[in-house]
Design a protein around this ligand. Structure first.
Ligand SMILES: Cc1cc2nc3c(=O)[nH]c(=O)nc-3n(C[C@H](O)[C@H](O)[C@H](O)COP(=O)(O)OP(=O)(O)OC[C@H]3O[C@@H](n4cnc5c(N)ncnc54)[C@H](O)[C@@H]3O)c2cc1C
Length: 458
């Protein structure tokens, strides 16, 4: 069957549904296609379920620490994984059904369930249906990368998606990959009561962050009993009876780590290989990301790519921002661009790492005159009062213009506090504006103006 639309949206990730509804509300006849669960990665296997687990893990951690605060919780702390999972499923499920019913209830918006594949630059097939439109928006996201490591075919492993289906506690979770996904899951399961070993091939965890950040993050995790193995350059996955793990015939460390469960957290691969892009003539780069310009247009007129599949983000907020950019250009005569945005993200270990703008390493490499201020969280009253004083804050400012260059807040509340600096960067305001602002006591944020009085040349 053939159907003609004004616009087709492929995928219901973090930009597709918003764009579909925006276009439909503007009077366009829109089709949106989803092959899996509505809401994509964030809602089903990413941000939302993992942050419910972070919350459960925090509750367990604080219950164990209750005595430090003068609170008596008698008996050992036990985590009921079935209830943890049920809570996660309920919150994630509500979001999923919310997206589905929102799309299905929107006038001018037709929802198709099935795998979408291009037939030509303006035609997409979903099962027996052939849909056509002059404008097509691709929001197909990404999936966990399966590495070509030796042993991968014979070693049962988990990904971010399958680990979330567990309702038992792994005795020993071995995690390959010391970046965001690996570290968040590592701390979550350690706090639930698993033994956890994180294996990373680089010389440090989250190696694109500054070295002092990697060092402190590692220390935070190790204080909780997580074992970290770096420089594991020659990993071979293995299965030994009931056990799984990794063999590392490297120059340092034990040659083998065995556990009960193995999580591969080795990055993401865009879902662009089975879209029929060749039939539309849409170009991809060597990693499979769809090539786009600053307004997220592909090389084929009338086709856009948004979210993780265009390689310009990797986060829910970047995907949502892609929606805003495309909608502004198409509907509001507002030439917003992807280059307008400032890099910003969080790592949701506890305490969280909030990041925006440049790292110290990037600031040094930029050739500018840079001012730096740092403060350990042990010198932040609010953190001390909460007895959560691990981590530190770091602010970078351009010495000539006094503009903020970037910030790192690794400490309690860092995931929220980072927005103090991020919004100043968007405002283009010099740091002297914030230095005179009266912040509220007692907060972590109140120390940011104080730090600006302590800036020193790098
Ligand atoms: C464990 C984990 C934790 C994360 N935590 C955070 C976090 O805390 N904060 C944050 O900002 N980001 C986080 N992310 C990243 C975030 O989930 C993604 O960046 C976000 O979901 C944006 O994805 P998207 O919009 O590109 O598409 P996705 O959300 O991946 O959705 C794409 C959709 O397209 C569908 N699809 C694919 N191909 C087709 C096809 N051919 N036909 C029809 N439908 C198709 C898929 O089924 C899917 O539903 C996390 C990711 C992981 C894995």
């Amino acid at each position: 069957m053939k159907s003609a639309f004004d616009a087709i949206v492929i995928g219901t990730g973090q930009s597709g549904p918003f764009l579909a509804v925006r276009l439909a509300t503007a009077g366009r006849k829109v089709a949106i296609i989803e092959r899996g669960r509505f809401g994509g990665t964030c809602i089903n296997t990413g941000c939302i379920p993992t942050k419910t687990l972070v919350a459960s893990a925090y509750a367990a951690h604080m219950a164990r620490r209750a005595g430090d605060f003068g609170v008596d919780v008698s008996g050992p702390v036990r985590v009921d994984m079935r209830r943890v999972k049920a809570r996660k499923d309920e919150i994630s499920g509500k979001s999923r059904t919310g997206v589905e019913s929102w799309l299905k209830g929107t006038a001018n918006c037709t929802v198709y369930q099935g795998h979408a594949r291009f037939e030509s630059p303006n035609e997409v097939r979903v099962g027996a249906e052939l849909l056509s439109a002059p404008q097509i928006f691709i929001n197909v996201g990404a999936r966990a990368t399966t590495p070509s490591m030796p042993g991968v075919a014979d070693s049962p492993y988990l990904t971010n998606s399958t680990l979330l289906d567990l309702d038992i506690l792994p005795r020993h979770l071995v995690i390959i990959g010391g970046s965001y996904v690996g570290l968040e899951f590592g701390q979550i399961f350690r706090r639930f009561g698993s033994e956890v070993t994180i294996i990373e091939k680089a010389s440090r965890l989250i190696s694109h962050e500054d070295e002092d950040v990697s060092t402190e993050v590692r220390a935070i995790l190790e204080r909780e009993g997580i074992r970290v193995r770096v420089n594991a350059t020659c990993i071979e996955l293995m299965k030994h009876g009931e056990e799984v793990g990794a063999r590392m015939d490297c120059s340092e460390g034990a040659p083998e780590v065995r556990g009960s469960h193995l999580l591969l957290a080795l990055g993401r691969t865009p879902n662009t290989g089975d879209l029929g892009l060749e039939k539309a003539g849409v170009a991809r780069d060597e990693h499979g990301y769809i090539v786009v310009d600053h307004q997220l247009r592909t090389n084929v007129p009338g086709i856009w790519a948004l979210g993780d599949c265009n390689g310009h983000g990797g986060f829910t907020h970047t995907s949502y921002n892609d929606f805003e950019i495309v909608a502004a250009n198409l509907l509001d005569h507002d030439t917003r661009r992807v280059t307008d945005r400032i890099p910003a993200y969080n790592l949701y270990i506890d305490p969280p790492l909030g990041r925006c703008g440049m790292t110290e390493r990037e600031a040094r490499a930029s050739g500018r005159h840079v001012l730096l201020a740092t403060r350990p969280m042990t010198r932040v009253g609010r953190a001390v009062e909460k007895d959560e004083s691990q981590g530190f804050m770091k602010i970078l400012v351009d010495a000539d213009s006094k503009q903020f260059l970037g910030a790192t807040i690794l400490g309690t509340g860092g995931d929220e506090v980072i927005h103090c600096v991020l919004d100043m960067m968007y405002a283009g305001a010099p740091c002297t504006v914030m230095q005179r602002a009266m912040h509220i006591h007692p907060t972590v944020s109140e120390l940011i103006p104080t730090m600006l009085g302590e800036l020193r040349p790098l």
